[in-house]
Design a protein around this ligand. Structure first.
Ligand code: ZN
Length: 270
């Protein structure tokens, strides 16, 4: 990880699937969310997209929708791990031994995991997650947490800024990466409750969901070390999302931090 060159570009939020699952899963997910798939969902297609966009590394977020998927996701993560692809395994909150699963992920050298309150049916600040947060915090692993509403689900507040604050109050050392600029489609509460705090946020799937001036204002009011570039590929095109970020005309040093420096630090802090 310390071999990363200084201008490395890291997409902190992508999705991909095993080849035999991608052909079925990607069209189904696109339909459910009423979104466009820009790639076929395989890692091969993702790497071709990274080459077109000038992205060095993509973080691939997996989501275990059942406890039994843990082993399969971990094995697949091992398969796809490379200098270009950093997979994040996932644990289901109903797993009988959350701590043991987190330990295994840490022992295999992953820097973090991915969780999704809608696909995994939990509330961010509910008690069943506490052992998971404790173990992550203890092992210095981060969690990329889907936050805000989700385009494919009813608008129940499962992972909103108030719940985020409750989690960080209880686990102040937990490296929590919120997604979609703090909370998707709940940006008024992001501005009110999250902006300016030392809470990581990626910027994925925000362009054209809120206007550029507001995206930039949230980014400019947030601590510079805590913002990460992410596309949410295949649901967004990586080249377009990089172009969009550049079109915001952030101060140069901030753009460099967002595009890769912050991510490289987070991925290296194991
Ligand atoms: Zn996503």
């Amino acid at each position: 990880m310390n071999k990363m060159h200084p201008n490395v570009i890291i997409d902190f939020h992508t999705h991909a699937f095993p080849d035999h699952i991608a052909a079925r899963a990607v069209p189904a997910l696109a339909r459910e969310g009423n979104v466009t798939a820009h790639l076929n969902g395989t890692t091969r297609d993702l790497i071709a997209s990274m080459d077109r966009a000038g992205i060095d590394i993509s973080v691939v977020c997996s989501i275990a929708t059942r406890p039994s998927q843990f082993e399969g996701i971990l094995a697949w993560s091992r398969d796809i791990r490379s200098s270009r692809i950093i997979p994040l395994p996932s644990v289901h909150p109903d797993d009988a031994d959350l701590r043991e699963k987190v330990r295994r992920i840490g022992d295999e050298g992953y820097a973090g995991i991915k969780m999704h309150a809608y696909y995994q049916d939990f509330f961010l600040d509910e008690e069943k997650l506490f052992p998971l947060y404790e173990e992550l915090q203890q092992r210095n692993l981060f969690v990329v947490m889907h936050t805000g509403f989700d385009i494919a689900f009813p608008r129940i507040r499962r992972a909103d800024p108030e719940r985020i604050l409750r989690v960080v109050a209880r686990y102040p050392q937990l490296k929590l990466v919120t997604t979609h600029l703090g909370a998707w489609d709940d940006w008024q509460n992001v501005e009110k409750l999250l902006a300016g705090r030392n809470i990581y946020m990626d910027i994925s799937f925000t362009s054209s969901c809120l206007d550029d001036a507001r995206i930039k204002a949230i980014m400019m009011s947030h601590p510079e070390e805590y913002i990460l570039y992410g596309s949410d590929s295949p649901w967004r095109d990586q080249s377009e999302s990089i172009q969009h970020l550049r079109s915001l005309r952030l101060p140069e040093h901030l753009e460099a931090k967002v595009l890769g420096e912050n991510a490289a630090r987070l991925l290296g802090e194991i």
